[in-house]
Design a protein around this ligand. Structure first.
Ligand code: GLU
Length: 195
């Protein structure tokens, strides 16, 4: 079973997120990834295998001051265990991590391809990212509402959107997701209880 963690606050996001991923390692996973953001910059790093492999790929100098992000350990259901299929997935301005299964992903993907979307992975997750980008409007909650109506299946999602610098979005249906809200100063991944 995969794991999702997101953080937005005053601390260094990479430390909180990697700490969180390591805390969830016991759940099992085949690959991992992280999206780190700072104002207008979005940096996605992924790796197949152990979280140590992911840590080795991170250029800490580059993302040292980043204070927002989402991270994921994957247990593949759609598409093999490859770097392309590891999360996060980006389409347009939308970056997401996902736990769960989208049953109508094939049909949605075909429709989005007709709209001009190109896909880099075999995952159902990238389809959700494209769907959110397709419905993107200023009020992102409306975007979420429209996109989720099209999905059949289960999902817990962590989402960041280019141009919406002060937020991470979370959505769930039939997949576990725990949200911890701190004051941005004294928040540690070890305070989160995974289920
Ligand atoms: N269905 C997604 C995938 O295969 C998410 C799997 C998961 O829950 O880790 O990438």
């Amino acid at each position: 079973m995969c794991g999702i963690i997101g953080y937005i606050g005053k601390n260094r996001a990479v430390s909180v997120l990697i700490d969180g991923l390591e805390k969830m390692e016991y759940r099992g996973y085949d690959s991992s990834g992280v999206c780190l953001c700072n104002e207008d910059k979005i940096n996605i790093i992924k790796s197949v295998g152990k979280i140590n492999n992911l840590k080795e790929r991170i250029d800490y100098n580059k993302i040292f001051s980043y204070t927002r992000g989402i991270a994921h350990t994957r247990w593949a259901t759609h598409g093999g265990v490859t770097l392309e299929n590891a999360h996060p997935h980006r389409q347009g301005k939308v970056v997401i991590v996902h736990n769960g299964i989208i049953e109508n992903a094939k049909e949605l993907k075909e429709n989005l391809q007709l709209e001009g979307y190109k896909f880099e992975s075999d995952t159902d997750t990238e389809v959700i990212a494209a769907l959110l980008d397709y419905y993107l409007e200023d009020d992102f909650l409306k975007t979420i509402e429209k996109a989720m109506k099209k999905l059949i299946g289960s999902y817990a999602l962590g989402i960041v959107v280019e141009g919406k610098e002060d937020a991470i979005y979370v959505v769930k249906k039939d997949s576990p997701l725990i949200i911890g809200v701190g004051n941005g100063e004294n928040f540690f991944a070890s305070d989160i209880v995974a289920i």
